[in-house]
Design a protein around this ligand. Sequence first.
Ligand code: ZN
Length: 239
Amino acid sequence: MTEKLYLNDAYLKECDARVNKVTDRGIILDRTVFYARGGGQPGDSGTISFGDRVVHIDDTIKEGEDVLHISDDTSGITEGEFCKCNLNWETRYQYMRYHSAIHLMDGIFNNMAIKTGLITGSQIYADRARVDFSVDNFSQDIVLELIEMVNKAVEEGHNISVKYLPSEEALKIPNLARTEPGRELIKRLPVVRIVDIEGVDAQADGGTHVNNTREIGKLSLNRIENKGKNNKRVYFTVG
Ligand SMILES: [Zn+2]
C-alpha cells in the first residue's frame, strides 16, 4: 500500500520515498505526494529523482491501494531503491483552487432558495473547471447569482480543513455524499475523510484543497453548454 501524504497535507511539494514495485506502466512507491486521479481531480505530474537520474511522471492513478506514477522511462529502476518525488506544483495548486471552488459552489447551491435541481458532476482542469447542473427552469441568471454568492464566500475567507469520522457518524450527516454511489462508498469505509469549508459545506472527499477560500480567487463564468432540457454544463475560471 502506498502512503498518500497528500491526504493530510495538500501543500507538500516533495518527499523522499522508496520503490515498492516497477511495472511496465510506471512506478509504485511506499509513500508519495503525487495525487492519484479521482473525484474529478486530475492525477499529478512531476519528477521522481534517483540521484542524478530524473524520471518524468506524466500522470498518477490508483492501482488498488497503491498509487501508480505513470512513466515510460523506468528501465533499470529496481525495488527498494531510494528516490525523491517532486510535484509539478503550479498545476497541482491550480487543481486545489478549482477543487475547493467546486465544493464551495456545491455547498452554496444546495442552500439557495431558487434551487430547483442538483449539481450532478464536475471536472477540474489546470485552467478551468466544469460543473454539470440538472435544474428545472435553468437560466444564465441562476449561474451568475450563484457565482456572485461564491465570490462573496471566497472574500469572507472561510477556513477549509480535513477531518475523519467513523462511517456510522458520517452517515447521520445529511448531504455529506450527494450521490448514491458516494453514499454506498461511505457505508463500506470504516473511516470517512471529510473536507469541511467552515460554515458553508462539508463533503466526503479524497481530494486536495486549499486552506482558506481566499486562496481560490475570484470566479468568472466562462461558458454554458447545453446538454439537454434540464442539463447544462457550466465552465468557470478562477482569477
Ligand atoms: Zn471533491
